[in-house]
Design a protein around this ligand. Structure first.
Ligand code: ZN
Length: 183
């Protein structure tokens, strides 16, 4: 699983060109359990200036995630091996063993993957074209139906916020809603 941002900084016309989906301010915010939100934001701060990544897992019968799994971003190792031009400051790649283990554990416990999260360093919480590519299968539909993608914007002075991207089957595109602590 991967998500890579093309280019770096604002040298190629700004982040807008790299965004495949941005937050839709007209939509109501997406509620996320407070504890999970704090954990994910904390993870993003700890990994800065590299992108963090991880999973939110929830019970089969509920769409609301209830626990999180921190994963290792192995993007810099991929770059060392020549598999990508981007390092962990500009892209993420979840360690595949960790991913398999987390998915297996969830399945055994009657749980399901609900959200894949990662952070963006010093740039807004959009879904990049490569984030989008990695979220879709060859048929152009989500690789994991029902799984949402949470992008957290983090800067040196802290987290700027998060946007949760969910698939809209009508428009066949991801729609972004700002995340908010669930009451
Ligand atoms: Zn991204």
């Amino acid at each position: 699983m991967r998500g890579e941002r093309q280019g770096s900084g604002d040298s190629k016309g700004g982040w807008g060109e790299r965004a495949a989906a941005v937050v839709d301010g007209s939509l109501p915010p997406a509620p996320l359990p407070r504890e999970l939100m704090l954990e994910v934001f904390q993870h993003a701060r700890e990994c800065y200036p590299e992108e963090c990544c991880g999973l939110l897992i929830g019970p089969e019968e509920s769409a609301t995630p209830c626990r999180f799994v921190r994963c290792t971003n192995v993007q810099s190792q991929r770059r060392s091996k020549g598999e990508s031009e981007l390092d962990a400051r500009h892209a993420f790649w979840i360690d595949e063993q960790e991913l398999l283990h987390a998915l297996r554990t969830a399945e055994e416990g009657g749980e399901a993957l609900r959200v894949v999260y990662h952070s963006h360093i010093d740039t807004p919480a959009y879904l990049s074209h490569t984030d989008l590519q990695s979220a879709l299968g060859p048929d152009g539909l989500p690789l994991w139906p029902g799984v949402e993608h949470l992008v957290i914007s983090v800067q040196e002075d802290g987290v700027q916020g998060g946007v949760l991207f969910g698939w809209d089957p009508e428009t066949e595109s991801f729609v972004g809603r700002r995340v908010q602590e669930a009451g």
